[in-house]
Design a binder for this molecule. Structure first.
Ligand code: PMP
Length: 353
């Protein structure tokens, strides 16, 4: 059969993002780790007042306004920041700039599935190192993997577990390739590895406005690293990868740190209440520093069945078709009302089973 594509694309199973609700019926969407609270009112005001002139012109190629705002908030120079169309865009730039067939990408598993997909698109070699059941970072095995790029999500998805900065430090000091510390969920955690970028030339820390800042629909993320490391990534980025609206709205959002922190506190409070409640139902829960929980379902039910039953009742949670995750669900923390609705439904489903 004729194929129009490279062999690596023919062989690729595409990345499948979490499902969208089927219709406009109200659904409690706890499957893709969005923030349950609205974006900053200051960011929404900027959005509502976008002048036509901003849209007529091309945006700044380095998203200057957002970059300056992020620089101010994080206390790092602006030329240490590279902005992207979501942090997924930074992942793409890193893979494109650093890998090719014969140069490998390494990461511990299970983790964010897109690392694998992007590596396969680039036809890079992939080395997957299993996490132990308690999700301690397997530093030695990752060093031995010798990746041109090593991806670590901290807090990790789907486990929610945070990787201690000492272990990331140890990894960065021993790996010769680029170490990507993906801090998509850092706003719900207690620590960050951001300082490592100052000590290690090969480390880049990724952040996003999709989670802590409630702006998943806007598509804005960024990487922080020294200008030497960023220079190679800039060569492969799309010319205007961040649109003018995202740049302006994102700048207002990141400057409103107080609002982001208030929402993160609410999510963390709900997270600990959900841990207590789900424990009482017999779920086993991994210690989470993110806005979601990885839970092993009680032995009386199958995870896929529970996922389906919840879906039929208008509640979406995440079920992964991976053998290691087959008895687990990943549940995003919602508003107190959404969490209560989930618990009510679980209570009746578990009684019936
Ligand atoms: N990294 C991890 C670990 C994630 O879970 C996600 C969200 N799916 C991303 C990065 C991408 O986030 P975004 O592109 O929305 O910034």
């Amino acid at each position: 059969m004729t194929t129009y594509f490279r062999p690596s694309i023919d062989a690729l199973s595409p990345y499948v993002p979490g499902e969208q609700p089927a219709s406009k019926v109200p659904v409690i969407k706890l499957n893709t780790n969005e923030n349950p609270y609205p974006p900053s009112p200051k960011a929404l005001k900027v959005l509502q007042e976008i002048p036509g002139e901003l849209l007529r012109r091309y945006p700044h190629p380095m998203a200057r306004e957002f970059r300056q705002a992020a620089s101010q908030v994080l206390g790092v120079p602006a030329d240490w920041i590279l902005v992207g169309n979501g942090s997924d865009d930074l992942l793409t730039m890193i893979i494109r700039a650093c890998t090719e067939p014969g140069r490998s990408v390494a990461y511990p598993m299970p983790t964010y599935v897109l690392y694998r997909t992007l590596a396969q698109i680039q036809a890079a070699d992939v080395v997957e190192v299993p996490y132990p059941e308690d999700y301690t970072l397997p530093v030695e095995a990752l060093v031995a993997a010798g990746g041109a790029v090593t991806f670590i999500a901290s807090p990790n998805s789907p486990s929610g577990t945070e990787i201690p900065v000492e272990l990331l430090d140890k990894l960065a000091s021993q790996v010769t390739g680029v170490v990507v510390i993906d801090e998509a969920y850092v706003d719900f955690a207690e620590t960050s590895a951001l300082d490592l970028v100052k000590r290690y030339e090969n480390v880049i820390v990724l952040r996003t406005l999709s989670k802590g800042y409630s702006l998943a629909g806007l598509r804005l993320g960024f990487g922080v690293a020294n200008p030497t490391l960023l220079s190679g990534l800039i060569k492969v980025k799309d010319s205007y990868n961040v649109d003018a609206v995202a740049c302006a709205v994102g700048a207002a959002a990141i400057l409103d740190r107080e609002y982001k922190d208030e929402n993160a506190e609410k999510v963390k409070k709900s997270r600990s209440e959900m841990v207590t409640a789900l424990n009482e139902f017999g779920f086993e829960i991994w210690p989470s520093q993110a806005n979601f929980l990885l839970v092993r379902v009680p032995a009386s039910v199958r995870a896929e069945w529970l996922y389906q039953q919840l879906k039929e009742r208008g509640i979406l949670v995440r079920y992964f078709q991976q053998s290691r995750l087959a008895d687990k669900l990943r549940i995003t923390i919602g508003t107190p009302e959404q969490n209560a609705a989930l618990l009510d439904n679980l209570s009746s489903l578990l009684q019936k089973s």
